[in-house]
Design a protein around this ligand. Sequence first.
Ligand code: NAP
Length: 256
Amino acid sequence: MNPRHVLILGGTGEARRLAETLVQEGELRVTLSLAGRTASPLMQAGDVRRGGFGGAEGLARYIRKNGIGILLDATHPFAARISENAARAAKRAAVPLVSLERPPWHAVEGDHWIEAGNTAEAAKLLGEEPRTVFLAIGRQELAPFAARPQHSYIVRSVDPVEPAAAPANARFIHERGPFDEAAERALLENNGVEIVVAKNSGGDATYGKIAAARSLGLPIVMVRRPRPPASGAVATVEEAMERIRHLACLPAERGE
Ligand code: NAP
């Protein structure tokens, strides 16, 4: 095992920034792992591998075989399975795990949030009356909305939605964040959106729609995270860097 070889489980902006910073510093070997869902992912630093490992056991095998010394879980807060696998694999392979979990958003004055436990519940909460709905939840969990054809939908995702999963009465927007408040406000207004469905992903890059809905007085069905934060998780890229440097026995701060 090489304490200076870091495996980053990615698919987020934080993972990309961590890989970039570590590669620039040049003191650690970095492998970045992507699930392979996006057809044209952004350029990423370090050695990049794509696709699943085959569960926790497969990930543990990968760690041992490739001499990984530190496992960094910087996956999306809604990617619950890979994070569970990471926790189990780190134990099995006896490597330290650093979990980076960006804090969730909290409603502030002027927000009208209706909390949902999952996307199926979110679809039910839209009610029976036809409404124009902005679905900002990606493309993987559209089935519960397709089953509610009384509503019309604006669906935004990076990659095109599989036709079989698409709601009938929908307009599709293919865009990658970040999205700022002014552009989100224009999107909501121009499409006559009456309600937004969002996942509580946290972070700045996709907060624009939350602020825009607030300024227009629109309700948001906010899907809660699928699991509580990992114990000892760090909240920022900077904290994750500090943890990694400590585990790799590098000096705490690098001079500029
Ligand atoms: P998930 O449900 O937690 O994971 C499903 C399976 O996908 C895992 O068991 C694993 O397969 C594979 N996998 C997931 N992330 C991986 C990674 N970084 N590297 C290699 N394999 C990975 O994950 P998900 O919700 O489908 O998300 C997939 C990816 O998209 C993640 O990397 C996540 O960071 C990113 N993402 C997700 C969301 C979201 O809303 N869920 C939003 C933005 C980005 P094996 O068991 O075979 O190893």
